[in-house]
Design a protein around this ligand. Structure first.
Ligand code: EZ4
Ligand code: CO
Length: 402
């Protein structure tokens, strides 16, 4: 079953997406997400110039062989651009295989390990009162797990706080905005937010929070400790994780569960975090960590160390990635939770899909393959628009982690 066509589709229905569409000689096709927020065209070019010529004529059934060919064959390994490109190929090939066999993808991954996939949504507000209202809204929608973020007194803007409504979209058109940051103000404030949320919503609701890589290990330790009374489901990205051993310090100080990994590209980025049990949830996702094939290997390592999965699922991960994530989540034994940020309506129109949300859980659906399509003529009506994630500085002007 030879690959006869490979098309890289760049579109911007609400935000930018890069999608790979592979077609085989018998007309079957598959989709893979290759979106890298703020650096989209690097992956599109990597695919078009360097990967597509290698795929034509190759046997679409040999998923693992093609993965290894693209990974080892490039000589230059890992990195977000390379791995997003490999992920897209891998996901599209799994889609083709499952469609050809006439089964939803999760059936090829060992079948369902559970009946549904627990997801969490993003609630945010400019201050505590607004955040309480936003969480209440998500509760009304049926969510059982909610990530809560709030504006911090004395800071004009912070990560995770939307400009109103249900949609949080951090990427902005043109040159990136610069935010100002104070870890001191943030650390003083966040425990107040969760004290209020726990009082308001009782013990059963799962509450999560994303520190978005902004704290030192000892600051993260303090935050984790002060949040212990409010029993978070997790504290995400408390500190940048290039240096995995820095999480030892956080771990020594707090029982608040820790989740890390949305920017990781391979198992080598989280090997120490997992093997030393420095985290509770690994957040690697299909599009940025080598596709379904590699994500399963990460999950298998994590399973041995009682680390569960909690894949990234923000709006910059396309419906093709979301669908792939749901098949993975349904099948893998050590699943924990899945992030789910609703896409803009125009994104959903460009990518019709079979996955559904009900009462805080999601279902990939039983369409063969991923259960996601792309309307190419509609996609063409939304051309690429350069956009960047914000840049962060401390109050004295020093560049900080965003
Ligand atoms: O900032 O996806 O947990 N979710 C996140 C996201 C990321 C964006 C970056 O592209 O941290 O909002
Ligand atoms: Co995050």
């Amino acid at each position: 079953m030879k690959i006869t066509d490979a098309k890289v589709i760049v579109c911007s229905p609400g935000r930018n997406f890069v999608t790979l569409k592979l077609t085989t000689e018998d007309g079957a096709y598959g989709l893979g997400d290759a979106t890298l927020n703020g650096r989209e065209l690097a992956v599109a070019t990597y695919l078009t110039e360097h990967v597509v010529p290698l795929l034509i004529g190759r046997d679409a059934r040999r998923i693992e062989d093609i993965w290894q060919y693209l990974y080892k064959g490039a000589y230059w390994r890992r990195g977000p651009v390379t791995m997003a490109a490999i992920s897209a190929v891998d996901t599209a090939l799994w889609d083709i295989k499952a469609k050809t066999l006439g089964v939803p993808l999760y059936q090829l991954l060992g079948g369902a390990s559970r009946d549904s996939v627990l997801v969490y949504g993003h609630a945010s507000g400019a201050d505590i009162e607004e955040a309480v209202k936003a969480v209440a809204h998500y509760v009304d929608l049926g969510y059982k797990a909610i990530r809560a973020q709030s504006g911090v007194p004395g800071l004009a803007s912070t990560y995770g706080v939307g400009r109103g409504g249900m949609y949080y979209e951090p990427a902005e058109k043109n040159i990136p905005p610069e935010n100002l940051w104070s870890s001191e103000r943030y650390l003083d404030f966040v425990p107040q937010l969760f004290s209020r949320l726990r009082r308001e919503f009782g013990p059963d609701l799962h509450l999560l929070h994303d520190a978005h890589h902004r704290l030192t290990p000892i600051e993260a330790a303090r935050l984790g400790k002060e949040l212990e009374p409010y029993h978070l489901f997790w504290l995400e990205d408390p500190s940048p994780a290039e240096l995995q051993e820095r999480f030892r310090l956080i771990r020594q100080h707090t029982t608040t569960p820790i989740a890390v990994g949305e920017v990781f590209n391979s198992v080598y980025d989280c090997q120490q975090l997992i093997q030393e049990q420095l985290i509770d949830y690994i957040r690697t996702t299909v599009v940025h960590a080598g596709g379904i094939s590699h994500l399963r290997k990460i999950a298998s390592l994590a399973e041995m160390y009682q680390v569960r999965t909690g894949s990234h699922g923000a709006t910059d991960l396309s419906p093709a990635c979301m669908a792939a994530a749901l098949h993975f989540d349904l099948s893998v034994h050590n699943f924990g939770i899945q992030e789910y940020m609703r896409h803009a309506p125009e994104t959903d129109r460009v990518f019709p899909h079979s996955y559904t949300f009900d009462q805080g859980h999601m279902y990939p659906g039983d369409s063969p393959g991923l259960g996601v399509d792309i309307d190419e003529s509609l996609a063409a009506k939304f051309p690429y628009q350069r956009a960047y994630l914000p840049v962060n500085r401390k109050l004295d002007g020093t560049v900080h982690d965003w």
